[in-house]
Each structure stands twice: as structure tokens, then as C-alpha cells.
Design a protein around this ligand. Structure first.
Ligand code: PLP
Length: 430
């Protein structure tokens, strides 16, 4: 199987960033998320390099929803990353990680009054998703005696080749304002006393393995940019969103790189802004392609069973990695302590959750398994821990970060005490 250069096989063991996964599993226990900080940084820098080689004003924002660990965000912040944030929690994390407020864009189609107030107080730009929200934000900014800087989220009505649950720019999606109504929205914003329109934003979907749709989105965006520039809006940035996919099937999926993305998208963007006579910053907000392949989820085989097929029952399920259950997503798996053994036997790797759908990896050829083996689920660094839950009252597992020769916890494992710590006893039960 093709592996990223941060994943190697030495003495039959899978290593991540030079660290033996089996030693890490022994030290920290399983299940265990392990992330290579160097890999995350490398991906970020490749985005920035590819874009800034073609256009002088570039800002790479990390989509914080993909991986909300502060240590990951801090590593990116140190490289100058901003963030696409989708909640007050993500806003707080991004600031705590050291990201500059002016590099944050508060997205989302359903923000609360508290979200808008916090964005205004912290001087964070807001991607406005409706006219109702525009007027609420105007009022929040007025109450705070300030001006809110905004972009409108454009719904470009584009079909994209991905899972329907992660296509976000379809005409029928819940996100954004239909592209034809966008110029009117900017006119309405011009009439708001405490709103300053400085950008325009879209995001067409996630896990898109073809760069062509991004170029089509850029076309829509620069066409609208021209129209709104003519009505007097001074665009400081155009945000084309995230969405570049990763090759979850290592040997067969296309593997578009930030370089491929930039080569396709930037010429369209450049020609478009030149036609407008403006030089706004080009913003992108990748999540998955920055962090997915940096991380493995290590999970122990609790038991094997030969029924109508062979099952390997492991200690991580959709409580820790929901993508297979939610999107029928594919993740490569490697038996980390038998990584050089022949793949002789077909197993379905199943989690410990009380749901038939708790299958991490169906029908995989693996070495003969026994209890105690450690399976590494690859590409688990985006929408992995971030979408985890405590379902079946299972405390979430720890996360370890490795960088160079160092390895350390970046999140301790939860305990059963953590599960009950937020629960209250209603007075009549006392
Ligand atoms: N920006 C917005 C507004 C999003 O909703 C998302 C993901 O859903 C992203 C960026 C990141 O997408 P991806 O992780 O596919 O790069």
C-alpha cells in the first residue's frame, strides 16, 4: 500500500513520524489517536507555497472543524494560519491557539445572538448566511459601538462529485445565499450603519478529488465580485472555501495536491480580479487536506470471530471515528504489529458499539489476527476525534502528538468520572 513519507514500516511495525506505533500503544494505551505535527505543517506550507507562487496576497485558513485540538491549531497558528470557525467554541480555540482575530472568519448558517456578540467583541469577520443574520449582526455591532466586517456566503448552485452529505454549494443546500441574490444582499449591507462588507465567501463541499469544480466556483465568485465592486463594495478578500479531497483509497484514488489546486484555480481567480480592477487577498480554508493523513487511530483487537464471515472486534468504534458509519467512508487499515506479514485472511473490522453499523473497515485482507494485535486506521486526522462522542458511555480516548523525536499527550483520555462530571441529580431524586 502506498504510504505518505511520515508513515514507515520498520521491523514489522508501523511507525508515524519515526515513532513506533506499538510502543506508543503500549505507553498510552488504546484506543489512541496519534498525529504527526510535522505532517500537518508540511501540508499547510505546501498550500501557501503553491498559492503564493501564483498570486501575491494569500491567506490560508484552517477549517477548525476538521481537527479542534489546540496543539494542532497552535502548530498552524505559528506558521501564520488563520481559521474558518463555525462556533463560539472554535472562535475561542483559534484565539487561544494564537491566531490573529483578523485572520478568522466566523461561518455558519445558524449563529446565535451570543455567537454574533462574541464575533463583534473579538473583531472577527463574519460570513453572513442570511439577511436576517445581517440585521442581527448590525444590531449587535451597534450595541457594542463598533462595525462588523463581513462577507456574504454565496450559494453558487454547483453540483460537485462527492458524498451528498458533504456537498455544500448545491442549489438545495442549507448554506449561503443564492448567487443571484448576492448583489442585492451587498446593497442591503451598504445601508446598514454598523456593517462593512469586505469580502465574499463560498465553500462548495468536501472530499472533492477533482480540481475542476473549484475553478468553476472561482468563476462564479469573480463574476459576482465584479458586480458588487461596481456597486461600491471594496473587496479586501475573496474566500474560495476548502474541500480538496484526499486519497482515502491509497492505491486507486486520485491524489490532487495543493499545487494541482493552485494551478487550476489561481489563473481563473487572477483573470477575474484583474477584470474587476482589484487585488483582494485570496483566501482558502482547507481542513481535511491539511490534517487527515497526519493521524492514525490505533485500536486493539479484543477478539476475533468466525461467523458468516470473520470479524475482528476492536476497541474503537464509531464513537471515535464516525466517518465509515456516517458516510460509508473508506479508511485504509494496517495491522501495526504485523505490518510486513502477508495479507492472507479477510476480516471485517468492527467496533465495540451496540449498533450493527459500527463497522470501521468491511472485508479487508489482513494478516492472520489474534487478540492483542494493534490495527492502525489511517487518515483519521480530519473529522475523526472532532466528530467523536461518548455513545455507550465510553470515555473518549487520548490524543498524542509527535514531532521529530518527541511524543506527548495533546489530550488526555477521558475517564468514567468525566462522563458523570456534567450530570446533575434532580432534587426529587435526592
Ligand atoms: N469551509 C467551510 C465553510 C466548511 O463548511 C468546511 C467543511 O465542511 C471547510 C471549509 C473545510 O472543508 P474540507 O475539510 O473539506 O477542506
Amino acid at each position: 500500500m502506498r504510504l505518505g513519507h511520515h508513515l514507515t514500516i520498520q521491523n514489522g511495525h508501523l511507525h508515524i513520524g519515526g515513532h513506533d506505533c506499538i510502543s506508543l500503544a503500549r505507553q498510552y494505551g488504546t484506543p489512541l489517536y496519534v498525529t504527526s505535527e510535522d505532517r500537518v505543517c508540511e501540508q499547510f506550507l505546501s498550500y501557501r507555497k503553491a498559492l503564493s507562487a501564483r498570486y501575491p496576497k494569500v491567506q490560508v485558513l484552517f477549517a477548525a472543524k476538521a481537527n479542534g485540538n489546540l496543539a494542532v491549531m497552535r502548530a498552524l497558528a505559528r506558521l501564520g494560519a488563520g481559521a474558518d470557525i463555525f462556533s463560539s467554541g472554535e472562535l475561542t480555540l483559534a484565539l487561544a491557539a494564537g491566531m490573529a482575530p483578523e485572520k478568522l472568519l466566523f461561518n455558519g448558517s445558524s449563529k446565535t445572538p451570543a455567537d454574533l456578540k462574541l464575533a463583534v467583541e473579538k473583531g472577527v469577520k463574519v460570513s453572513v448566511d442570511s439577511l436576517d443574520e445581517l440585521h442581527q449582526l448590525d444590531a449587535a455591532a451597534r450595541a457594542a459601538g463598533t462595525t462588523a466586517k463581513i462577507a456574504f456566503r454565496v450559494n453558487p448552485a454547483l453540483e460537485v462529485p462527492t458524498h451528498p452529505k458533504i456537498a455544500t454549494g448545491l442549489a438545495t443546500s442549507k448554506f449561503g445565499i443564492p448567487h443571484r441574490e448576492i448583489p442585492a444582499a451587498y446593497r442591503e449591507a451598504l445601508a446598514c450603519s454598523n456593517i462593512l462588507s469586505v469580502g465574499i465567501h463560498c465553500h462548495i463541499g468536501s472530499q472533492i478529488l477533482d480540481v475542476e469544480p473549484f475553478a468553476r466556483a472561482a468563476e462564479v465568485m469573480v463574476r459576482i465580485a465584479k458586480e458588487i465592486t461596481e456597486t461600491g463594495v471594496n473587496l479586501e478578500f475573496i474566500d474560495l472555501g476548502g474541500g480538496l479531497g484526499i486519497p482515502y483509497h491509497h492505491d486507486t484514488d486520485p491524489a490532487p495536491t495543493p499545487e494541482d489546486y493552485a494551478a487550476k484555480v489561481v489563473p481563473v481567480f487572477k483573470a477575474g480580479v484583474e477584470a474587476c480592477g482589484i487585488t483582494p487577498e485570496l483566501w482558502v480554508e482547507p481542513g481535511r487536506s491539511l490534517t487527515a493523513d497526519s493521524t492514525v487511530l490505533l485500536t486493539r483487537v479484543n477478539s476475533t470471530k468466525a461467523a458468516h464471515k470473520r470479524f475482528a472486534n476492536v476497541d474503537a468504534g464509531f464513537n471515535l471515528l464516525i466517518r465509515p458509519a456516517m458516510y460509508d467512508a473508506y479508511h485504509e487499515v494496517i495491522v501495526a504489529n504485523k505490518a510486513d506479514r502477508p495479507l492472507t485472511t479477510e476480516y471485517t473490522v468492527t467496533g465495540p458499539i451496540c449498533e450493527s453499523g459500527d463497522i470501521l473497515a468491511p472485508d479487508r485482507k489482513l494478516p492472520q489476527l489474534e487478540a492483542g494485535d494493534i490495527i492502525a486506521v489511517l487518515d483519521a486526522g480530519a473529522y475523526g476525534f472532532a466528530m467523536s462522542s461518548q455513545y455507550n458511555s465510553r470515555p473518549r480516548c487520548p490524543e498524542v502528538l509527535v514531532r521529530g523525536p518527541d511524543a506527548a499527550l495533546m489530550r488526555r483520555g477521558e475517564t468514567v468520572g468525566d462522563l458523570t462530571s456534567t450530570m446533575e441529580q434532580p432534587p426529587w431524586q435526592r
